[in-house]
Design a protein around this ligand. Structure first.
Ligand code: 3PY
Ligand code: MG
Length: 267
């Protein structure tokens, strides 16, 4: 007699489709929330709020690899929101580990050149198309239960690079021409610094540079996104065709919410 467990083990679990990747390819706007608290509990709560994506930040904030892993588990339990992991850097061994952990949408900071962008594309693909190291049964393959994971995962991986310097703006078209780069997410803070306006992401010169870059990225056929907490400017970015917008952060909501609540009684 077949036991329920054996029946389960025989199931052929399919690789989940990356709906976020499809949405941006089809021109849809994706609204997200940035998270920097490094909290798997916050990630679980926020995954159920209806955002299209939440950004799990391993560049800034306290999250290390294991904490991001826990946040991914929390997201899977919390709701259909797509987790996007921003890596701390362009380390290919780390990219491999995040992919193994089940990240299918990766954001890489400070990408300046086509050479770097090509290296990242190679890092997310298994040989013969790239250099991703092979692991037999990672979480990404549901611990080996998704039988065709290695053969099919490429099409569900979404790679987002961050232009954040004047050098990256010089190279936008060259980077956008690379097959395997799905989108560009402009970092307004770092770009402002690179343009000579540190701490002023809303400076008109910075906004001009961002809007112009957005136009160029779109003209080159790739999706563009940004983090912006100013409502008016966010609406303008959407009008201009920006598709991936982080409209706030867990830290910001907590600070503002807590301060506003207290202010009601302490005036
Ligand atoms: C920046 O503003 O530089 C960021 O990386 C945030 O997205
Ligand atoms: Mg940045």
């Amino acid at each position: 007699m077949e036991l329920p467990m054996e029946r389960h083990m025989q199931q052929n679990i399919q690789l989940q489709k990356n709906q976020f990747k499809r949405a941006i390819k089809n021109g849809r706007v994706q609204l997200g929330l940035w998270t920097q608290l490094g909290s798997h509990i916050a990630a679980e709560i926020l995954s159920g709020c209806g955002y299209d994506f939440i950004g799990l930040d391993a560049e800034h904030g306290p999250s290390e690899y294991r904490e991001i892993y826990c946040q991914l588990q929390a997201c899977a339990a919390g709701g259909p929101t797509q987790p996007i992991v921003r890596l701390p850097n362009q380390d290919i061994s780390l990219i491999k580990r995040y992919l193994d952990a089940g990240v299918n949408t990766l954001m890489v900071p400070q990408v300046d050149t086509a050479e770097q962008a090509n290296m990242l594309v190679s890092a997310v693909r298994y040989p013969p198309h790239g250099i991703r190291g092979y692991c037999g049964a990672p979480r990404a393959s549901n611990f080996g239960r998704i039988k065709n994971y290695a053969a099919t995962c490429d099409r569900e991986i979404c790679l987002i690079v961050m232009p954040e310097t004047t050098t990256s703006l010089d190279n936008l078209e060259e980077m956008a021409a690379i097959d395997g780069i799905d989108a560009f997410f402009i970092g307004p803070g770092d770009l402002a610094a690179s343009l000579g306006y540190i701490g002023q992401p809303m400076h008109p010169a910075v906004i001009n540079a961002i809007e112009e870059s957005g136009r160029r990225i779109k003209a080159a056929g790739k999706a563009v996104g940004i983090l912006c907490t100013d409502e008016k400017q966010t609406r303008r970015y959407i009008e201009l065709g920006f598709q991936i917008i982080a409209i706030g952060s867990d830290q910001g909501l907590l600070t503002n919410g807590a301060e506003k609540l207290l202010a009601k009684f302490r005036q």
